[in-house]
Design a protein around this ligand. Structure first.
Ligand SMILES: [Zn+2]
Length: 483
């Protein structure tokens, strides 16, 4: 009996101990759950429809892209879109608007800045990517901007200020009118100064930080990298000249703390994405491009020239160049250019390169700008329905003649070879509107295995044809195809 009693007691002890154990286990289980109770973000009041955000963003993005040069490099464009897509996939369900079209472009401007328009178009400045210490810092700013878009801060702000939508859409209208009127810079400058899209209330900035941090954590980044980017920006802006992006976002030190505190509430990957090979490659590529101007300089220049600075049709980085009378001769030293493992060739070492979707341009300093190149070469592929080389070549040459009305064909098509393949060569000539001198364009073409036309065009003033012919011939002779 005693034993039983004792046994009874023992049992009770055991039971109570197991309750304690269970309670402890429950605590252990609850601890990470409690840590996941991230700060709640409430969607601000908004009287506008989703379609209004989309319409507003589309209208303004057209003006933005007419006004500011977009980096056209394929690798960089794909990269920024991929990072953006990864972040967009991590937008919490309650803030998802499937109708939004999040698209990411790099503006060829030096300011450490980025901005997003309602409905999804986002612009990341080249200066931002060049300054970021790693992909996480760059993604941090993008996530913050995605936060503004997902929370519909543009139209929410208009709701708050009881602005009629027409007035916001009027921003688009003003920009459009200004481009036609030729005083773009001043007006666009005024609009950015008014800060419709950049200067939100402190509360909106806090929301975008909180949501941005959450998006970062859920997409494999460390939310603290958004906070770190503030430090990077401070380090990079010398002489206390705070970048616009910061000055429009008050209290950087407080935000630094807020984001880091929020990060502690989030489940952050133990091995977050920091330095990636792609980030380094794109960052290096951007750093190697000719120096970019600031957004303000671009606006002012556009205002002065009445030109959008974006009409080269051949890469916007190139459009930022300035033509000079003293263009250096092609250096006798060459370097190898290769692309996608299917083509490589040699170009003079002092030729800068500008890559586009379908072609790559090479020119020495002083020989490129918003009207293309005056000295140098371009190599590219042309999609064609023509099956034979002769017709595909004529089709391409006609398109060149149409786009450059000052050029005429001065020779017949003569047969030659590129890497052992049947090829054509033809010369066009005319008075260059840039240099005022007779310019000639030496065109080589051959067919690729996929039915596309490969073209090589050498451009130079006729007065320097001897020197440049040698460079063009060397380039064409060095082409190796593995398509
Ligand atoms: Zn912001």
């Amino acid at each position: 009996m005693v034993c039983l009693a004792e046994g009874g007691h023992m049992k009770a002890m055991i039971r109570s101990r197991s309750i304690v154990a269970a309670f402890t286990a429950w605590l252990v289980l609850m601890a990470p759950m409690a840590a996941l109770a991230q700060t709640q973000v409430d969607l601000p009041k908004n009287k506008y429809k989703i379609e209004d955000d989309i319409r507003l963003g589309n209208e303004v993005s057209q003006k933005v892209e007419r006004e500011f040069p977009i980096v056209n490099d394929r690798e960089a464009s794909n990269y920024i879109q991929n990072v953006g897509d990864r972040l967009v996939d991590a937008i919490p369900n309650e803030f998802r608007h499937p109708e939004f079209d999040y698209r990411f472009k790099i503006v060829n401007a030096s300011d450490i800045n980025a901005f997003a328009l309602p409905g999804g178009p986002m612009y990341v400045n080249r200066g931002m990517i060049e300054a970021a210490k790693n992909e996480g810092e760059m993604a941090g700013v993008m996530a913050h901007e995605i936060g503004h878009v997902a929370l519909r801060h543009g139209t929410a702000q208009a709701t708050k200020q009881s602005n009629p939508l027409n007035q916001i859409l009027g921003i688009g209208a003003i920009l459009g009118g200004a481009i036609l009127g030729g005083s773009v810079g001043a007006q666009l400058g005024a609009i950015f100064a008014a800060g419709y899209f950049l200067r939100y209330s402190r509360e909106y900035e806090r929301q975008a930080d909180i949501l941005g941090a959450r998006i970062l954590a859920d997409s494999g980044y460390d939310p603290r990298d958004l906070a770190n980017m503030f430090r990077t920006i401070n380090e990079k802006s010398e002489g206390g000249r705070a970048p616009e992006w910061l000055s429009s976002h008050p209290d950087p030190s407080k935000r630094y703390e807020t984001i880091n505190r929020e990060a502690e509430l989030l489940r952050v990957s133990e091995n977050p994405i920091k330095l990636t090979r792609q980030f380094l490659s794109v960052q290096q590529k951007l750093r190697n491009m000719p120096p970019a101007r600031t957004l303000k300089e671009i606006q002012e220049n556009a205002a002065n020239s009445g030109n959008t600075g974006n009409q080269g049709g051949s890469g916007n980085a190139m459009a930022n160049g300035r033509y000079s009378r003293n263009v250096p001769y092609p250096s006798s030293r060459t370097r190898i250019y290769s692309s996608g493992n299917w083509i490589q060739f040699r170009v003079p070492q002092n030729w800068v390169e500008f890559e586009n979707q379908s072609d790559v341009w090479f020119a020495p300093e002083g020989a490129y700008g918003n009207q293309g190149i005056t000295h140098g070469a371009l190599v590219g592929v042309n999609r064609t329905n023509q099956r034979d080389l002769s017709r595909a070549t004529q089709e391409y040459v006609n398109s060149i003649l149409q786009a450059n009305s000052y050029l005429r064909r001065t020779t017949n098509y003569s047969r030659t070879y590129i890497d052992g393949r049947s090829a054509y060569a033809v010369i066009l000539a005319g008075r260059s509107p840039v240099t005022g001198q007779t310019e000639y364009a030496l065109i080589y073409t051959t067919m690729l295995r996929n039915g596309e036309l490969l073209y090589v065009v050498g451009v130079a003033p006729q007065s320097q044809s001897n020197t440049y012919n040698r460079s063009f011939n060397n380039l064409v002779r060095s082409i190796q195809l593995r398509d």
